[in-house]
Ligand binder design. Sequence first.
Ligand code: ADP
Ligand code: MG
Length: 254
Amino acid sequence: MTEPMVRAESVLKRFGRLEVLKGISLTVAPGDVTCIIGPSGSGKSTFLRCVNHLEQIDGGRLSVDGELVGYRQQGDKLYELRESEVARNRADIGMVFQHFNLFGHMTALQNVCEAPVQVKNVPKREAREFGLDLLSRVGLGDKCDAYPAQLSGGQQQRVAIARALAMRPKLMLFDEPTSALDPELVGDVLAVMRGLAEDGMTMLVVTHEMGFAREVADMVVFMDEGFIVEAGTPDQVLVHPREARTRDFLSRVL
Ligand code: ADP
Ligand code: MG
C-alpha cells in the first residue's frame, strides 16, 4: 500500500482547557481531494493548522508523507523538531486562506516569486519563468504586473494559489478559500482548484461549497464539535448521510 499523504490518528488539540480536536482520524491518499465540511467552531481550521505545523498537537499522531508533524521519532522517543526543520517541512505544503494576505507593495508576479527565491534559493530567472507559467495557469497571464489593490478578490485569491504552487508543494491546504469573495467571483477560484485536482494535486479543502465537494472530492468529512461525525464518498455523506447531525447541517447549508 502506498503511504498516505496525510495520516491523522486520534489527533487531540487543546487551547487551555478547551478541547478543540477530540480524536481526529483520517487519511488522505496521494492525488486525492478531501473536503472537510462542518459548522463554524467545529475545529476545521485548527486541524488544517496542525497539518501545516502552525499548531502543535497534544495527543495522537499526525504525519505528512510519512513524516511526523512537529516531531522526530528515535526508537520509542519523540523529539520536538527545531524551527529550521519545521520550516523545511512546511515548505512542502501550500496553504491558501480565506484572506489572501498578498504583499501589497509587490506585483502579482513578485508575490509568486518571493518564497521560491527567498526560501528555496531558486534562481530569479527560473522563479520568474515558473511564476509566469503559474499565473497563466490560474488565468492571470495578463495581470503579472498588477498590484493586489488593482485586482478583484477572486483574482487576488488566484494569485495566492499561484504563490502557494510556486513552492512546488506535495500537498495543498485550502481553508474556506472562497468564503470572503463576492458570489460572482467564486466560480473562477473553484475552477482553478478543480483544475489542480484534475492534475493530480493532493488537496485538503475546508469549504462550504457543497457543489464543489460533490463534484471534486474523493472523500468528504463532516466535523462537528471536534469530532468526525461521518466520512465517506460525496454520495455517502452529502446525498445519503447516516447521521442526524450531518442531515441537520446539510439542511441548513444546501
Ligand atoms: P472552524 O474552523 O471549524 O470554524 P476553529 O478550528 O477555527 O473552527 O475553532 C475551533 C474552536 O477552537 C473554536 O471554539 C475556537 O474559538 C477555538 N480556537 C481556535 N483557535 C484558538 C486559539 N488560538 N486559542 C484559543 N481558542 C482557539
Ligand atoms: Mg475555520
